[in-house]
Design a protein around this ligand. Structure first.
Ligand code: ZN
Length: 156
């Protein structure tokens, strides 16, 4: 853990809490893509989270469409939902950069060079080390899908 830790103001934390709750209750891009070019399944045995990610990447390496489905705790579902919202329409290269930025933020090595926008909502998870794998699960699935096209990843 780094010695310097930046804390958001209380109001901001409440806002982010609301954002997580909102995404866990009404996940965005929930479902399957019949024409997916890349797929991955992510499993977090510690918590029982399981999700499947479908991506449709076009000829210019742009994530044309993305969807996920599965079941898990509020944090894993909210994180997957936020992920689909953020990387939809993004170049795969940029999505990989986001993977690095988000996972390093969550494991305590915040990268100040990349503005992760509303994904800062996940920062609160750092206070609950056992839940970090819930938050990173969808991101590992995204990384694996883009790297290998069709895989299953487990956090254990
Ligand atoms: Zn979980």
């Amino acid at each position: 853990m780094s010695a310097v830790e930046l804390h958001s103001p209380d109001e901001l934390r409440d806002l982010y809490r609301e954002l997580i709750l909102d995404h866990s209750r009404s996940p965005r891009h929930f479902g399957k893509l019949p024409e997916a070019t890349h797929r991955a399944t992510g499993i977090n045995p510690l918590c029982g989270d399981k999700l499947h990610l479908d991506l449709k990447v076009d000829a210019n390496d742009r994530i044309e469409d993305i969807a996920f489905e599965g079941s898990g705790c509020a944090i894993s579902v909210a994180s997957a939902s936020l992920l689909t919202d953020v990387v939809h329409g993004m170049q795969t290269e940029d999505a990989m950069q986001f993977f690095c930025a988000v996972t390093s933020r969550l494991t305590g090595n915040a990268d100040p060079d990349i503005d992760v926008g509303k994904l800062q909502a996940l920062d609160g998870v750092r206070e609950f080390p056992s839940r970090i794998k819930c938050a990173t699960l969808a991101w590992h699935a995204l990384h694996s899908a883009l790297a290998d096209q069709s895989v299953t990843v487990s956090t254990e």
